[in-house]
Design a protein around this ligand. Sequence first.
Ligand SMILES: Nc1ncnc2c1ncn2[C@@H]1O[C@H](COP(=O)(O)OP(=O)(O)O)[C@@H](O)[C@H]1O
Ligand SMILES: [Mg+2]
Length: 588
Amino acid sequence: MKSRGLYPTLKRIAPYTLRYRLLFSSIVVFVLLYSIIARTLPWIVGYTIDNGIVKSDFDIVWKLAIAYMVTQTLASALLYVQSILFQRLGNRALFDIREDLISHVQALPIKFFDENSSGKIITRVTNDVSSLGNFFNQVLFSLTNATIETISIIIALSFVSVRLTFVTLIAAPAIAFLSIKITHRIREVFHAQKQKLSAINAFVAENISGIAVLRLYNRIGANQKKFQRLSLEYKTESLKMSFNYALLWPLLAFFNASCILLTLLYGGYLTSQEVIAIGSLVTFILNVQDLQDPLSNLLEKYVQLQDSLASADRIFDLLDEKKEDLTGKLITNSRGEITFKNLSFRYARTGPLVLDGINLKIKPGENIGVVGKTGSGKSTLISLLQKFYSVTDGEILVDHQPLSRISARDWRAKIGIIQQDPFIFRGTVASNIALNTNSLSRGRIEQAALLSHCTDIFSKRKGGIDAIVEEKGANLSAGEKQLIAFARIFAFEPSILILDEATANIDSHTESLIQNAIKKVSQSRTCIIIAHRLSTLHFCDRIVVLDDHKIAEVGSHEELMNLKGQYYDLYCQHYLKPNVDYIALMQS
Ligand SMILES: Nc1ncnc2c1ncn2[C@@H]1O[C@H](COP(=O)(O)OP(=O)(O)O)[C@@H](O)[C@H]1O
Ligand SMILES: [Mg+2]
């Protein structure tokens, strides 16, 4: 990823601050007020020398000393208020950006999450947002102040003498040019550095998730080496950064020295020629000295700005990712008829066909079983039905309407799905059943827990269905997670039910108990059940056999058994000893 350049990025950030008009304009007023008042300070000193000290008028000196005190206090107070206003604006803008970013990320299509690791996404939402936060909390304040202070000092200098100002600042353009060159290089380095950090975070996140496997296969050492390599790459970028950063300071020191030197030489000459008074020269020198602070501040914050902007680029890149299209027609009175028409699908444009010419009409209320080898495309079919990907060819129709034109939000609310490894959030069993919605009554949750046998299973735990559940259900067995997923179905009563190897981790006894409950809920609903355990599919109206990404056979259990095709073979493999003929057995 390349950086966008200063102005395009700033243009993207600007609306976040400009929307707070009152706050923004008060800041502008305070900044201007401060810079004007701060510039009167050296002037007071110069005036005191020329009109008080030189003329031995101590009455003036005394009065001006008080004026100096008052002005200095006022300037500090203004700076204080200004800083608070900047913080307030910054925090609001940052809050808005974070909100936008998180809601945007949640609305991205599933494909995005297939292609980007969670570690990388998290780096953007956390590290990059905090780097951009520096922009609002420190950089904006300091840069604005330093710029205005620099400009006001230059104006104050030219009030004393335009000629002297010009000579003093003669090296400025060359120094500015070099500094900008260096800081731009720094921005590229920041970009690279952030990418490396992102890679480290992705690596760590993945390895923590897979820690048990790594331990088992004793890969910790090898992984440590990989981590060291990533860390080394990060360090190299950081060193590049320090090298470029370090170049800036000698440059500034040289400029400062040249300013003082030229002021003394040329200013001394002008005073000797009585072109300017000695007090004015003191004012001038004080102003030149005052220039050092904002300039070094400017340089330092300009570098920080590069850091913030590199992060801003990454944030806006994420914000530019196209959201999933949730709009479309609403479905009213869905009958639950689903038709796959010449459906073909591949995940990547150049990838293999994962589904090839699927034609299947599922009648309203029909229960369809799906079997097929691992990788034959069963789960993909379900993903397409959830509108997680757009189909490559053909279409899916829901009640004769193309699914592509139906609102994904509306449609998904009608589907209930249980997967082999359901996702469990940190919370309680009950909060996982309700998925943190407040729309479900406690009674409903309890009933769902009862039907799914969660109540039985969790009764031994402290708290029952209010037992604490860790992240990703770490303290639950795979089967317990599936039971919670079943409870979700009973709680939300979706009109279309999809089970994708949903009972794979549940023991036969509990399965048969749930089976009865499933039969009850599936009676009135369109239902798609993917299962390896063929006994689960007995009650289905029809069974589809997927093979080599195509539909190989369709029919009821009896029809398929009589067909003696793939289903028959599978059935024999599962339930009969090899070489024993099923029909013969049935007849005996
Ligand atoms: N997100 C994905 N990106 C690319 N390929 C995928 C993705 N998910 C699954 N596949 C591939 O698609 C094929 C079908 O997968 P899947 O539908 O999960 O099979 P199964 O029948 O076991 O459920 C597999 O070859 C798998 O490698
Ligand atoms: Mg699968």
